[in-house]
Design a protein around this ligand. Structure first.
Ligand SMILES: NC(=O)C1=CN([C@@H]2O[C@H](COP(=O)(O)OP(=O)(O)OC[C@H]3O[C@@H](n4cnc5c(N)ncnc54)[C@H](O)[C@@H]3O)[C@@H](O)[C@H]2O)C=CC1
Ligand SMILES: O=C(O)C(=O)COP(=O)(O)O
Length: 530
C-alpha cells in the first residue's frame, strides 16, 4: 500500500483515481504548519500540493519514504528542488491544465484595470453613482507587451489579437519564425517598456526574472502604461511600481500574485486607488483544478507503481519521440549497470558507457541515468538512488562518467556497453534488445555470450580445461543449488573463459568460496538482477 498526503485544497474529482486505486491510501490534511508536516510526512510515499504548502528541505528530510512531490499546477517555487534532487525525490507538476484559466484571468484583470471595474463596483455598492471618475481606455489598437511567451503568454497574445491589439513579445526561447507564425512582433524588454500601452508578465520567478521590471525600466517607460502580473510576485518590483504610479508613469496595475503571500495588511497595493488585486486566483476555476489534479494524480500513480511518467521538474524532460525510442532500453541499461557493479570489486572511479548503432544518433542522457542508477544502487541501496539523483550522486562521489558513441555496430542494431573502472579492476558488459526476445547480455569482458539479464546468476571466470563444467555442476548440486541454464564463453580453446549460470535461488557465500577454491577456477560471483 502506498500512502499519499494531500496538503493543499485539491479538487476531489481530480484525485478520484488515487482515492479509488486499491494500492493507494489518500489522506487529505490541508493547512498544516512545517512542523506538523515534519511530524507526519515519514508515513507517506507521495505528497500533493498547490502553492500554499512550502515543501522545505526539513520536510523532505523527514519524508524518509517520500518518492514524489506532485504540484497540482505550474509554479514549483514553493518546493525546494535542490533538496528533492539530493534525496532522489521526484518533483512533478501539471503544466498544461491551468493555462487557459490563468490566461482568462489575465484578460479579466487587463479589462478590469482598463475600465476601473473593481473601483467602480465599490463606489456603486457604496451608494455613489459616479460615472466621471471611471472613464477607461479601449484595448483596440493598443500595444500589448507580453514578457514570457510560454503556454500562458502565447494564449494571452492569441486572445489579445482578437481584441485588435498589436502584440510585442519577449521570450529567450522565441524565434523570429515562431513570432511571425503567431502574428506578433519579437521585441526586447527595453523595446516593450518604451512602446507598450499594456504589459503582462508570464515568466517563472527566477534570479533572472526577479525585478526584471524595476526602477530602471519605469524610468524609460511609456507614460500611461497599464501592467498586469498573474505570474509570480517579484517579477515586477512592487515598491518601484507604486512609485511609478504615484509619479504618473504607470496608469494602473492589476496583480494576482505578490512577493510575499498573503501580503501584509499594510502592503501598499492594498489601499492604492490605481492598483487592483486578487488573492492568487489565476488557476482557480473548477475546470483548471480538475485538470491539474487529474494530471498530477495520474503521474503520481505511475511513479509509485514504477511506471514511466511525465512532467518531472527536477530532471530534464524527455521529448515524446525520444521517450518511445529509449524507453525499451531503460530496464536493460539499469540491469547492465547493476551487473557490472556486482561483478567488479573496489571503489567505483569511472563508468564508461558506449552507445553504438541507432542509439548513437539520439540524446541518450536519460538512458545514462538508468545505467548510473544500476551501478550506484548496488553500493548505495536501491531505495537511495533513482533516475532523478543518480547523476548527482555520482558527481558527489567523484565518479567520472564518460560517454562514447559510435554509429557503426557490427552485429546488433543497437549496443550498449558499460565499462566500470574501480581502484582494483575494470570489467565490461554489453547488452542489446533482440527483437522478439527482449534484453540480452551479449558480451562480458572479451567473451561473447547470450544471457537473459534476470534472476540469480553466478559469474565464474576459469581456465578452459576438460571436466571443469562437470565439477562446478556437481559442487552446486551437492549444495542444493539447481542450475537452470548455463552459458560458456571463451576466446581460445584451453585459454581463459567465463561461465554464466542461472540458478533457481540465491547461492550461499560458502558455496561461492568452495567454487573459488577449485583448481582452474579464478573467481565466482553471485549476481542478482531483479
Ligand atoms: N496566478 C496563477 O494562479 C498562476 C500562475 N502561473 C504562473 O505563470 C507563469 C507562466 O506559466 P506558463 O506559461 O505555464 O509557463 P511556461 O513555462 O509555459 O512559460 C514561461 C515562459 O517564460 C519564459 N522565460 C523564462 N525566463 C524569461 C525571461 N528572463 N524573460 C522572458 N521570458 C522568460 C520561458 O522561456 C517560457 O517560455 C509561471 O510563473 C507560473 O507559475 C501559472 C498558472 C497559474
Ligand atoms: O500553477 C501555478 O503556478 C499557480 O500559481 C497556481 O497556484 P495555485 O495552485 O492556485 O495555488
Amino acid at each position: 500500500m502506498y500512502k499519499v498526503l494531500v496538503s493543499d485544497p485539491i479538487s476531489d474529482l481530480g484525485i478520484q483515481q488515487l482515492v479509488e486505486a486499491n494500492d493507494i491510501i489518500v489522506d487529505k490534511n490541508p493547512g498544516l504548519t512545517e512542523d506538523e508536516l515534519v511530524a507526519i510526512i515519514g508515513d507517506y510515499d507521495a505528497l500533493l500540493v498547490r502553492s500554499q504548502t512550502r515543501v522545505t528541505a526539513k520536510i523532505m528530510e523527514a519524508g524518509k519514504k517520500l518518492k514524489v512531490v506532485g504540484r497540482a499546477g505550474v509554479g514549483v517555487d514553493n518546493i525546494d528542488l535542490g533538496a528533492a534532487t539530493e534525496r532522489g525525490i521526484i518533483v512533478i507538476n501539471a503544466p498544461d491544465g491551468n493555462t487557459i484559466t490563468t490566461c482568462e484571468h489575465t484578460f479579466a484583470m487587463m479589462m478590469a484595470v482598463a475600465r476601473h471595474i473593481p473601483q467602480a463596483y465599490m463606489k456603486t455598492v457604496g451608494g455613489t453613482w459616479d460615472r466621471k471618475s471611471f472613464v477607461g481606455v479601449e484595448l483596440r489598437n493598443k500595444t500589448l507587451g507580453v514578457l514570457g511567451m510560454g503556454r500562458i503568454g502565447s494564449e494571452v497574445a492569441k486572445r489579445a489579437k482578437a481584441f485588435g491589439m498589436n502584440i510585442m513579445g519577449y521570450d529567450p526561447f522565441m524565434t523570429e519564425e515562431r513570432a511571425e507564425k503567431i502574428g506578433i512582433k519579437l521585441a526586447s524588454v527595453d523595446d516593450i517598456v518604451r512602446a507598450a500601452d499594456f504589459m503582462t508578465v508570464h515568466t517563472p520567478l527566477t534570479p533572472e526574472t526577479r525585478h526584471m521590471i524595476g526602477k530602471a525600466q519605469f524610468e524609460v517607460m511609456k507614460p500611461g502604461m497599464r501592467i498586469v502580473n498573474c505570474a509570480r510576485g517579484g517579477i515586477i518590483d512592487e515598491i518601484a511600481l507604486v512609485e511609478a504610479i504615484d509619479q504618473g508613469i504607470v496608469a494602473g496595475a492589476a496583480f494576482d500574485v505578490f512577493e510575499v503571500e498573503p501580503p501584509a495588511e499594510d502592503h501598499p497595493f492594498l489601499k492604492h486607488p490605481k492598483i487592483i488585486v486578487t488573492p492568487h486566483l489565476g488557476a482557480s476555476t473548477i475546470e483548471a483544478q480538475e485538470n491539474v489534479a487529474i494530471d498530477v494524480s495520474e503521474q503520481v500513480l505511475h511513479i509509485l507503481r514504477n511506471e514511466p511518467f511525465m512532467n518531472a521538474v527536477n530532471m530534464p524532460p524527455i521529448p515524446a519521440n525520444l521517450q518511445s525510442k529509449l524507453q525499451p532500453y531503460f530496464t536493460l541499461g539499469e540491469k547492465l549497470g547493476s551487473f557490472i557493479a556486482q561483478s567488479t570489486e573496489g571503489a567505483v572511479q569511472e563508468i564508461i558507457v558506449s552507445y553504438s548503432g541507432e542509439l548513437a544518433e539520439v540524446d541518450t542522457q536519460p538512458l545514462t541515468r538508468y545505467i548510473v542508477r544500476g551501478v550506484l544502487s548496488h553500493h548505495l541501496g536501491q531505495e537511495q538512488v533513482n533516475v532523478v539523483n543518480s547523476m548527482h550522486l555520482a558527481k558527489l562521489r567523484d565518479v567520472n562518467i564518460v560517454i562514447q558513441k559510435s554509429h557503426a555496430s557490427k552485429d546488433f542494431t543497437n549496443l550498449v556497453t558499460v565499462a566500470l573502472r574501480t581502484k582494483k579492476e575494470e570489467h565490461i558488459v554489453a547488452g542489446t534488445l533482440l527483437t522478439g526476445y527482449g534484453p540480452r547480455i551479449v558480451q562480458i569482458d572479451k567473451y561473447p555470450v547470450d544471457v537473459t539479464p534476470e534472476g540469480n546468476l553466478i559469474l565464474i571466470s576459469h581456465n578452459d580445461k576438460p571436466g571443469i563444467i562437470g565439477r562446478v555442476g556437481t559442487l552446486l548440486g551437492n549444495n542444493d543449488v539447481n542450475i537452470a541454464t548455463m552459458q560458456v564463453g571463451r576466446q581460445l580453446e584451453g585459454g581463459s573463459a567465463i561461465m554464466v549460470l542461472r540458478v533457481d535461488k540465491g547461492t550461499p557465500k560458502e558455496v561461492l568460496l568452495q567454487l573459488t577454491s577449485m583448481p582452474e577456477l579464478n573467481t565466482a560471483k553471485e549476481i542478482i538482477l531483479p
